[in-house]
Design a protein around this ligand. Structure first.
Ligand code: B12
Ligand code: SF4
Ligand code: SF4
Length: 388
């Protein structure tokens, strides 16, 4: 069977509109660094002819209607068209970010229990061996707080959840990236690491005084994900750890933080003082006495230093509408009911919102919000009655 031609089609099976010439003289073949791979797939074009697909080697470019695009540009373009932000940066940023944390630990700047619980696993996690690590793909996925409606004492009781804890299943960045890269022969694997430090050392994000990272167009309301990839990437030196220019003259988050986690005398957060640190703790760990009831403002996480931030004003709405629970279910959740204790309709809501695995936290976390709400209602009532 004669070989009719060779194309560099972005998607397998997509040959329409491409010029296919005999003898491998397609103008695309003149592009550097493109070669026929051993796994090239073939498609029948017509009687006695065959079309061979080729995959570009690392750093290959490919012709698109608007010109030639690299696999990297193509990836970033496709991720951004989903509403995400992305960058491909040198793989060295991961080791540098890990070194940042390790040095702070060695200098005694980090609370030891906090370090052991959260950071030691991150800084010691080995990177996957495959793909050959050439770059990091940094991704910021915008997110918003969510509101769950509980019912108590005959009234609706709205509760906020900070972004990222309770959500419907959504496409995973790693799967999306792998699908985009597959036709070009590159691959990617999820890898952990100090996400904010990696993003900031890459110039992809900047720190706010609240120690949360800010990405252009999203404020701090985004999740960070990192993948390791064999996509090539030019070596370039790391950026410094940059702070938002506005923080030079603003202290709003520090003043608003009720616990003193954002300090005056140092930039690094006192993580062990953060409300989030405590409402993420295993359900059997009670909140310490120094956390005042009024400081709780979310079922998971704390939003005080993000809501007050002027850099976030454009990103506070809309809040995602989460599930609603009737009084009977709310009381059962407060009493520590497990997924199996509910009827199918409630169970499927818990699963849909990925709340099923978090139920153990509800007696403590929801309990604190309920207590606070009842206390403040009683106080309001007393004030009304006494006219104060
Ligand atoms: C541990 C952890 C926590 C801990 C500690 C938080 C912290 N600031 O370290 C707790 C449980 C408290 C927590 C809380 C939250 N977390 Co958290 N957390 C993490 C985790 C697992 C590691 C973060 C880390 O490396 N901390 C160690 C410290 C040392 O590093 P760092 O925070 O980057 O600190 C740097 C700066 O202080 C800088 N620095 C020091 N001095 C100076 C001086 C200047 C001028 C500058 C510019 C910088 C600078 O150097 C440090 C690095 O060496 C990451 C996931 C991951 N794998 O990275 C998520 C992560 C950071 N958390 C996240 C979120 C969303 C939150 C919350 C907002 C959730 C919520 N709403 O409640 C809060 C925010 C609290 C806060 N104000 O920081 C997101 C952040 C996304 C974003 N937009 O930044 C992450 C990335 C998870 C994710 N994959 O999306 N978290
Ligand atoms: S999340 Fe809450 S407790 Fe933690 S630093 Fe921000 S305001 Fe303070
Ligand atoms: S509230 Fe002010 S100081 Fe804090 S992160 Fe936002 S701009 Fe910076």
């Amino acid at each position: 069977m004669p070989l009719l031609g060779i194309v560099t089609s972005p998607e397998r099976g997509e040959s329409k509109g491409r010029r296919v010439l005999a003898g491998g003289t397609d103008p695309l073949m003149a592009l550097p660094r493109i070669h026929v791979t051993s796994y090239a797939s073939t498609t029948r074009l017509g009687q006695g002819s065959r079309l061979v697909y080729v995959a570009p080697r690392p750093s290959a470019q490919r012709r698109e209607p608007g010109g030639v695009v690299s696999a990297t540009e193509d990836l970033i373009g496709k991720l951004e068209s989903r509403g995400w932000r992305a960058a491909v940066v040198p793989y060295a940023r991961r080791a540098e970010a890990i070194q940042e944390i390790v040095s702070r630990h060695e200098r005694g700047e980090l609370d030891e229990s906090f370090y052991q619980e959260y950071l030691a696993p991150i800084v010691t996690e080995p990177a996957p061996e495959s793909p050959t690590p050439r770059s990091l793909i940094l991704i910021a996925v915008p997110d918003r707080p969510l509101e769950i409606l509980f019912t108590l004492d005959g009234a609706t009781f709205p509760v906020t959840v900070a972004p990222g804890y309770v959500q419907r299943a959504r496409p995973r960045p790693a799967d999306v990236v792998r699908e985009i890269l597959a036709p070009s022969g590159f691959s990617a694997a999820r890898v952990d690491g100090p996400q904010k430090a990696m993003a900031t050392l890459s110039g992809f994000a900047r720190y706010g005084r609240n120690n949360i990272s800010y990405v252009s167009g999203f404020g701090s309301f985004h999740a960070l994900r990192t993948l390791v990839s064999d996509l090539p990437c030019d070596d370039e030196p790391p950026h410094g750890l940059e702070m938002l220019p506005r923080c030079e003259t603003c202290q709003a988050c520090r003043v608003a933080c009720p616990t003193g986690a954002i300090a005056e005398d140092r930039f690094l957060l006192h993580a062990e003082r953060c409300v989030t640190y405590w409402n993420e703790k295993s359900p059997e760990v009670p909140f310490p006495g120094w956390i005042e009831p009024a400081w709780h403002n979310a079922l998971f996480g704390c939003l005080t230093c993000q809501r007050i931030c002027p850099e976030n004003h454009a990103f506070l709405d809309p809040v995602i509408e989460g599930p609603s629970f009737d009084e009977r279910t709310t009381r059962a959740l407060l009493a520590g009911a497990k997924k199996e204790d509910f009827e199918n309709d409630v169970r499927s809501v818990l699963e849909e919102w990925r709340l099923a695995d978090l139920l153990g936290y509800l007696p403590r976390n929801l309990g604190a919000l309920v207590t606070e709400s009842r206390d403040s209602r009683t106080k309001d009532q007393q004030e009304k009655e006494t006219g104060k």
